[in-house]
Ligand binder design. Structure first.
Ligand code: HEM
Length: 161
């Protein structure tokens, strides 16, 4: 598998997982069933085992693909990545652990809902940032393939300014 395929796959998987966690949380909160909320919180914690490596793989492959490129879309993607990773590692992961532990204990208190609110905001922020990176990635890729007859090295030097 080529690196840009792995990059796209890992990035889209991360987007899909966060969207699923977000919608699962919103749906069960609206249902009001504490059993359903606890189940979703536990499933999200398990899902983190896939989400965090997917984000790491997307970032690492992205920086490798974008090495030496000064195209504005690449610069914008690089700039967004620390916020995406920080949101995932410093907010989504600790929140998932906290919320699953509280839900398992049946402690749906103020702290639970404060952290739940924070997790929903951080998740929505990451969906927007990752969505923008997918949009820019597809545009860079289209541009690269539009000049397919030329060698990859030639395209790289033409877009790295
Ligand atoms: C969560 C973050 C990111 C997501 C979801 C993402 C997503 C994507 C997607 C879907 C593509 C299209 C791939 C294809 O059609 O083959 C792409 C391409 C690309 N991305 Fe990212 N990306 C992310 C982060 C980054 C970062 C941090 C960089 C670093 C600069 C980067 C650099 C690139 C480059 C250079 C391409 C063009 C690859 C090629 O066609 O050769 N990406 N990205």
């Amino acid at each position: 598998m080529k690196l840009h395929h792995l990059h796209a796959l890992a990035g889209m998987l991360a987007f899909f997982l966060i969207a699923t966690f977000w919608l699962g949380t919103a749906a069960t909160e609206l249902s009001g069933s504490t059993a359903a909320i606890a189940w979703v919180k536990s499933a999200i914690l398990s899902g983190m085992v896939v989400l965090i490596p997917a984000l790491v793989a997307t970032g690492a492959s992205g920086f490798s693909l974008g090495r030496g490129m000064r195209l504005p879309a690449v610069v914008a993607k690089k700039r967004r990545m620390p916020f995406i990773a920080g949101n995932g590692l410093l907010i989504l992961l600790p929140s998932a652990i906290f919320l699953a532990t509280k839900a398992e204990a049946g402690a749906f208190d103020t702290a639970f809902y404060l952290v739940q609110g924070l997790e929903l905001v951080a998740g929505a922020t990451n969906l927007v940032l990752i969505g923008l990176n997918i949009r820019d990635g597809l545009a860079i890729s289209r541009r690269r393939h539009a000049s397919a007859p030329r060698s990859k090295a030639a395209v790289r030097s033409s877009i790295s300014g």
